[in-house]
Each structure stands twice: as structure tokens, then as C-alpha cells.
Design a protein around this ligand. Structure first.
Ligand code: NDP
Length: 282
């Protein structure tokens, strides 16, 4: 890493908590390989202090911030400009500061999801896709899948009314409760876990994959642990799999490009660096 100086450009991630974030690992590796005079830090303001932090950074005090839980919706709300992805999802994972004091919001989670599915070989058929969850990540996933041409989405969530609220956005989305999850996998091209179930410290994700065709990609947005019980079961049945780390890295690429005006260097194995960091945490 180049020495910190008065010319060092600051970028970072903001969340609460944020100590678990792998974004500094990914971006600092790219910064170093690209020879940029920059540093990527992690900021954890008090929950009530998010807007004060961002407003205090206007005018390129920092170049930009990635945004993680629980601030994605508030980041979208305070920005002066929003991409279509932010307008539709109501959430932002990237804020870019302009020299004129403005803040522009983007959401690259959809790019990350589609990138992870593509790495796993893509969808064998355009539909249907089963999405588990109806929080912010599931909502973004549904919109990206529809944009990518998926013609039917089965959205499964514990709280049926949250799934129904997303289904109301588009007739191609069908909402159901958890008791219908196993049946919803009939003939799917992909199964995507967008709940926090299966994450270390959270309840397990209990789902039989028996009805899913062997060609269906099984994806888990959870990456702690990296190989979740869902992915282990899928691998045992011969499904192509995509993990949450693939998505995280795929969403980081367009963030880096928006921050520095150049794509990240291709020759850095950020996945290996993240796996090493995850190994130290688990
Ligand atoms: P939210 O808090 O908005 O949503 C959580 C979802 O999990 C809801 O659908 C909720 O159901 C469900 N859920 C939580 N606990 C239970 C439970 N005990 N039983 C059944 N369902 C449960 O979180 P996000 O949507 O922002 O994130 C979801 C997951 O995706 C997280 O694990 C997050 O880390 C991951 N993620 C990964 C990314 C990546 O790049 N890999 C990017 C973004 C997110 P209900 O509505 O009923 O409460």
C-alpha cells in the first residue's frame, strides 16, 4: 500500500455494525494492485448519526461510500441523485460524492446477484425462479431477475404480507408462505436464499431440495459460513451452486469503477483474500 499522505483519497463502507465487512479487504487489494493513492476504511456511526456523517462528508471529503445494513434505505433517501436501480428498490449500497457537494446513489447488489448466477453457469431456462425472503435483498433480487428476463418468480417468506407487498409490484411474482416452500421448487431454474437463515448465529434454513431439478442453480446470499448447509445439500445433489461471496465480489466491481473511474485490476485473487479473512472469523 502506498504511504498515507495529504493526497490520499479516502473511500469506505458505512454500516452498523461494520467490523465484519469484507469490503475493505476487497477494495484495498484492488487499490494496491492498481497503484492508487487511496485507502478504503470502515465507518460505524451511531444508528441515529448516519445522515450527519454523510452530510459532513459532502464536497469530496471522501470520494464515496459503500453502504450496508441498516442504512441502505436511508442512503437512498438522502441522496440528491438516484439511479433507476435505487429508485425502484428504495435502497442504495453506494454513495458517490461530487465536488459540488452533491451525493449520487447507486445500487450494485443486482449486478452482484446476476454476476454470481452467471459464474455458476447461469439459468438453464428463463423461469421460474424461487426466491426465499422478502427483505431488502430479496426485493432487489426480484427486480434484477425480472430485468434479466425471468418470466416467473415464486417468492417465499415467513411473513406472507411482506412477500405479497413485493408481488404487488409485478404480476410475474407470486407470493407464498414458508409452508409452500418445498412445492415452490418444482421445475425451477434457480433457488435463491435471500433470508438471513443459515447464517452463523441465526436459525438454520430448513428446506428440502427434493423437488428442484438437478439443473437448478442453488444460490445463498449468506456467506458466513461460506459453504452453508443449503449449499452443502445442493452440492450433494449435484446442483450448480453460487455463494454469497461471489455476489459480494461481483457487486464490489462496479462500486470500485464508480469510485475511481477505472475497473478493478483483474489479476488480484480477492476471493482467496476474503476466504482467508472469513477463516479467521469463523
Ligand atoms: P432483511 O432483514 O431486510 O430481511 C431478512 C429476511 O430474512 C426476511 O425475509 C425475514 O423474514 C427472513 N428471516 C429472518 N429470520 C427468519 C426466521 N427466523 N425465519 C424465517 N425467516 C426469517 O435483510 P436483507 O434482505 O438485507 O438481507 C438478507 C440476507 O442477505 C442477509 O443474510 C444478508 O447478509 C444477505 N445479503 C448478502 C449480500 C451479498 O452480497 N452476499 C448482499 C445483501 C444481503 P420476515 O420478513 O418474515 O421477517
Amino acid at each position: 500500500m502506498s504511504p498515507i499522505s495529504a493526497r490520499t483519497r479516502i473511500v469506505g463502507v458505512v454500516g452498523h455494525p461494520v467490523r465484519h465487512s469484507l469490503s475493505p479487504v476487497i477494495h484495498n487489494a484492488w487499490i494496491e494492485a492498481a497503484g492508487l493513492e487511496a485507502a478504503y476504511l470502515a465507518f460505524a456511526p451511531p444508528e441515529a448519526g448516519f445522515e450527519a456523517l454523510v452530510n459532513g462528508l459532502r464536497g469530496q471529503v471522501v470520494l464515496g461510500l459503500n453502504v450496508t445494513l441498516p442504512f441502505k434505505e436511508r442512503a437512498a433517501a438522502l441522496a440528491d441523485r438516484r439511479t433507476n436501480a435505487v429508485e425502484r428498490s428504495g435502497a442504495a449500497n453506494l454513495l458517490v460524492f461530487g465536488a459540488d457537494g452533491s451525493v449520487a446513489a447507486d445500487n450494485t447488489d443486482g449486478v452482484g446477484l446476476m454476476g454470481a448466477l452467471a459464474e455458476a453457469g447461469g439459468l438453464a431456462t428463463p423461469s421460474p425462479v424461487a426466491v426465499l425472503g422478502a427483505g431488502g435483498a430479496a426485493r432487489g433480487a426480484v427486480l434484477s431477475l425480472l430485468d434479466a428476463g425471468v418470466t416467473s418468480i415464486r417468492l417465499i417468506n415467513r411473513s406472507l404480507e411482506r412477500a405479497q407487498a413485493i408481488a404487488a409490484l409485478d404480476p410475474r411474482v407470486w407470493a407464498a408462505g414458508w409452508d409452500e416452500a418445498a412445492y415452490a421448487l418444482d421445475g425451477v431454474a434457480a433457488v435463491i436464499n435471500a433470508t438471513s437463515l443459515g447464517m452463523i448465529g441465526q436459525p438454520p434454513l430448513q428446506l428440502s431440495l427434493d423437488r428442484a431439478p438437478a439443473t437448478a442453480v442453488v444460490m445463498d446470499m449468506v456467506y458466513r459460513p461460506l459453504k452453508t448447509e443449503l449449499l452443502k445439500a445442493a452440492e450433494g445433489r449435484g446442483h450448480p451452486i453460487a455463494d454469497g461471496l461471489s455476489m459480494l465480489i461481483a457487486q464490489a466491481r462496479p462500486s470500485f469503477e464508480a469510485l475511481f473511474g477505472q475497473p478493478p485490476p483483474a489479476d488480484v485473487d480477492v476471493r482467496a483474500l476474503c476466504e482467508q479473512a472469513l477463516g479467521g472469523q469463523e
